[in-house]
Design a protein around this ligand. Structure first.
Ligand code: PXG
Ligand code: PLP
Length: 437
């Protein structure tokens, strides 16, 4: 049945009724800009949803998708193969640091998180260490919306409606400490010792019960929380000490977002046992995610009889030909234009521009690394998020797309952003922040 009030589409993470009263509609995109349904150019300050790292409508990617969909629209990857999935996995493995060499494909960051958690528990089990089943996440962690991801994730709003979730999950404290670290440029100096809470969790549950720790190297979704200097290294050391796998969720931090390197793991010099990615792996064009495992993780599964399915897991669209083609073309585009390096080169300008907002009304913290920034506004009493929503909505009306979460404005533009566009982005935000109540 046709419905003129647009309520058939139950919108994700959206105030559906509010949206229908004052819609914000995008109809096309190219380079750094969207076009809205009323014909305005809107500067993309958040790479779509942190995924369009090379900017919109990149010809190489479009052509690869068009060609592939006409040649091999679908092919199964369960007990069957097609060349693009092997080629894409090779490319991604080559980009991933260390011996993160084995790529398990799925279709989103949520599926990548659940895949990584399942691999971690199964890893211990196939090695005869079946009591290691507990999963440790972190407060304010976001690992998507599957039951694994919300259980290990640390966002009460995403958990509370959904019952008892996974059992055997515990959480590290988050690392945001505005008292000591407000307005830090780059990684905060204080808080490495927060990793030592893992020692307490290990002591409480006994190491023999813990399978894995999963964290975002930089928490994105909950308001841009760069890791304190030394924190991730300390987590790695404690995991090593007790035989616990470390999983980095790089769904946002992957593909150059933090500047200079393809992944945060490399930038911060800490190698996880499993790394998850999505979003930028196809420049946002075709859904795809992946869990990438190191040699020892993969090898643990390759021990049994050759005819046995080693990991009973997979999605109909794992390694979908069109997504694989999009991914290869995306990685080509990143490489040809040196986009990860470019992000690192322009990051200091971006940092200066965002920190110029310090001193504006309501601004209580500014956090940044690479081409990501969070601007934290003081909440209006009793209505967390209302002020940031207003900034977000006004920014869209004034030609700039950003994200907000709680009262944090999140900015994460495509890595092709020019200095003049950085000026436009923060200039507009500055005017709006001055103007809102
Ligand atoms: N892990 C992390 C670290 C993420 O940031 C996911 C997993 C889930 O990915 P999928 O593809 O299932 O959505 C994410 C996704 C925002 C925002 O603006 C962030 C995400 C998604 C949508 C909005 O904060 N992150
Ligand atoms: N539900 C049913 C009834 C199915 O047959 C399948 C896959 O065959 C699924 C769910 C899983 O779908 P997907 O592989 O796309 O995750």
């Amino acid at each position: 049945m046709s419905q003129s009030n647009h309520d058939a589409f139950w919108m994700p993470f959206t105030a559906n009724r509010q949206f229908r009263k004052t819609p914000r509609m995008l109809v096309s995109a190219e380079g750094m800009y969207y076009t809205s349904d009323d014909g305005r150019k809107v500067l993309d300050g958040c790479a779509g949803l942190w995924c369009v790292n090379a900017g919109h409508a990149r010809p190489r990617i479009t052509e690869a998708v068009q060609k592939t969909i006409a040649t091999l629209d679908f092919a199964p990857t369960f007990q069957m193969g097609h060349p693009l999935s092997f080629a894409a996995a090779d490319r991604i493995a080559a980009l991933a640091p260390g011996d993160l060499n084995h790529v398990f494909f799925c279709n989103s960051g949520s599926e990548a998180a659940d895949t990584a958690l399942k691999i971690a528990i199964a890893y211990h089990r196939v090695r005869g260490d079946a009591s290691r089943t507990r999963l440790i996440g972190r407060e304010r962690g976001y690992h998507g919306v599957g039951f694994g991801g919300i259980s290990v994730g640390g966002i009460s709003g995403n958990r509370k409606l959904y019952g008892s979730l996974l059992t055997g999950v515990d959480h590290l404290p988050h690392t945001l400490d505005m008292e000591r670290n407000a307005f830090t440029r780059g990684l905060p100096a204080y808080g490495a010792e927060l990793a030592d809470n893992l020692e307490r969790i290990v002591a409480l549950h006994d190491p023999s019960t813990i399978a894995a720790v999963m964290v975002e190297p930089m928490a994105g979704s909950t308001g841009v929380l760069p890791p304190p200097v030394g924190y991730l290294k300390r987590l790695r050391d404690i995991c090593d000490k007790y035989g616990i796998l470390l999983i980095f969720d790089e769904v946002i931090t992957g593909f150059g977002r933090l500047g200079g390197t393809p992944f945060a793991a490399e930038k911060f010099g800490v190698l996880p046992d499993i790394l998850t990615c999505a979003k930028g792996v196809t420049n946002g064009t075709i859904p795809m995610g992946a869990a990438i495992a190191r040699e020892h993780v993969y090898a643990a599964f390759m021990d049994g009889p050759e005819t046995g399915i080693e990991l009973p897991h997979g999605y109909t669209y794992s390694g979908h030909p069109v997504a694989c083609a999009a991914s290869i073309a995306t990685l080509d585009t990143y490489a040809e234009e040196n986009l990860f390096e470019r992000a690192g080169d322009i990051a200091p300008y971006f940092e200066d521009a965002v920190h110029a907002l310090r001193g504006l009304p309501h601004v209580i913290d500014i956090r940044n690394v690479g081409l990501v920034a969070g601007i934290e506004l003081e909440s209006r009493p009793g209505t967390v998020g209302a002020r940031a929503y207003e900034v977000f909505d006004r920014a869209f009306r004034q030609g700039v797309l950003v994200r907000y979460t709680g009262d944090v404005i999140a900015v994460s533009p495509p890595l092709i952003i020019e200095k003049s566009q950085i000026d436009q982005l923060f200039g507009t935000l500055s005017d709006i922040i001055r103007a809102v109540e």
